[in-house]
Design a protein around this ligand. Sequence first.
Ligand code: PMP
Length: 471
Amino acid sequence: MAWGNEATDSRLHGTNIAESVIDLIGRTPLVRLKRISELENIPSVLTMKMETTNPGGSSKDRPALEMILAAEADGLLKPGGTIVEPTSGNTGVGLAIVAAQRGYNCVFVMTDKVAPEKVSLLRAYGAEVVVCPVAVPPEDPTSYYKVAERLTIELEAFRPNQYQNPNNPIAHERTTGPELWEQTGGRITHFVAGAGTCGSITGTARFLRAKNPNIKIIAADPEGSVFSGGSGRPYLVEGVGEDFFPAAWDASLYDEIIPISDEESFLTARRVSRAEGILIGGSGGMAVAAAIRVAKAAEPNDIVVVLNPDSGRGYLSRVFDDAWMANFGFLKECEQCVGAMLGHRGNTPELLYVNPTQTVRETIDLMQTHEVSQIPVCKNTPPFANAEVSGAVDELELMDAIFHNPAVMEMQVQTVMGPKLPTIGVGQKVELAVQMLDSAAALLVLSGGRPLSVMTRSDVLSYLQAVSAYG
Ligand code: PMP
C-alpha cells in the first residue's frame, strides 16, 4: 500500500527503522472528527484522512515520489539532474524531499498568491524558487506556467507536470485508495476531497469505485473555480480550484461538486483547528465544509472520509491571522464598524464599477449619473460576485488625462486607470477607516473577500453626523 520498502542494509533487519524518509510517505492515519460531529449534529461517522503526517506535511508527497520514480524508470531523470515544476508549495516540498534523497536539484515556480512561508519552506529544503505574478493570463510570458516552460528548456530539466502527469492520480490509486479501504474495513461510503490537479480525488476514486461502485465521490471546489462552473477566479483558498481542466479531471467519477466560499473555507479551517486540535489549512477547511454537508445528509452507519491535504502551519499569516482575515471582511472586529457606515448612505447602488474595456466617456457618464468622484475598474462581470478588481479611476486623473489628450475620451478605461483602492474589511473599525482616508480619497470595502462598496470621506461624515444626531 505504499512504495515498496527499499531496505537493503541487513543491519536494519528485525528493526522498525525506515531506510529513508521516502519510506515514511503514505500510510497516514484516519481519525474521527468527533467534536465537529457533535457540534454539527452529524448522524453519520465523519472521519479525516490526515495527510499532514506525511514527511513533507501534505498529500503531495505521494505524487511527488510516484512521478520521480516513473521518470527514473523512463530515463527522463538522470543522476544529478534538475527538476522544474510550477507548484503552490506542497508538491514542491514532496519533490524536494525525494530529490534530496536521490541527488537531484529543484527549481520551483510559484505565483505571488502563495503564502510567503511556503516560499521560505522550499528554500529551506535547498530548492530555488521563482515567484511570478498571479494576475496575468496563463499565456503571458511572465505567468508561472510560461516561466516554468522556459526554465525547463534552459536547464534541460525534467518537468513532472503534476497537472498532466498520469502518475499523479496513480499515486493515490495505488496508496490513498487502498489505505482508506483497509482503514474502514471496506465500509467507506463517501469520499470528499478538494480538487486542484484532481490527482487525489480521481486516483482515490478509481480504486474505491473498483472495490464498490456505490461509494459516493464528492469534490469540494472554491466558488469561482471552473470545476463548479465558475470562470476560474478570483478566490483566495490556495492549492485547489483551477481556471482550466487538468488531465486527471474525470467528471464521470464525481457524484457531486460542492462550491465553497473563501469565507466558509477559512472559518471552517479555524473552527476545526480549535474544536478538534487538528491544525488544518484553507483547502482542508473547504473540504471539511463540504464533508459536513455530506455527513449531515448521510445515514447513521455511513462512513464519510474527508481528505485533509495539509497543515494550517503554512497559513499562519493568512487564515490564522485575525488582522488579515478582518481586512478581507471575513471577521468582525467590532459591532459598530465599517459595515454600519454603509447602512447610512443615500441611494447610491451598493457597488458601482466599470469594466476595463469600457471607454473613458462611458466611465465619466456613469460617474456623473451617480455623482461619484472615483470608481473601481473590475473584470469578470456580471455577476459582480465574480468580479476581479483591476484598478480604479478618479475624476482628477481623468480630467488631467483628457486635458492633455482629448482622444483619451474614446479609449478603454484600463489604459488610463490608476492602482486599486486600498481595502478595508466590512467588520473593521470606523477609526481605521478615518485613519486610512487621511491619505486615500476612497477605500474599497470587502466582505467575505469580495468587493462590497466604495467608501469615501463624505460617507464617513454622513455617518458621524447621523450618529451624533442620535446621540
Ligand atoms: N490542498 C492543497 C493545499 C494543495 O496544495 C493541493 C494540491 N494542489 C490540494 C489541496 C489538491 O490536491 P490535488 O492536486 O490532488 O487535487
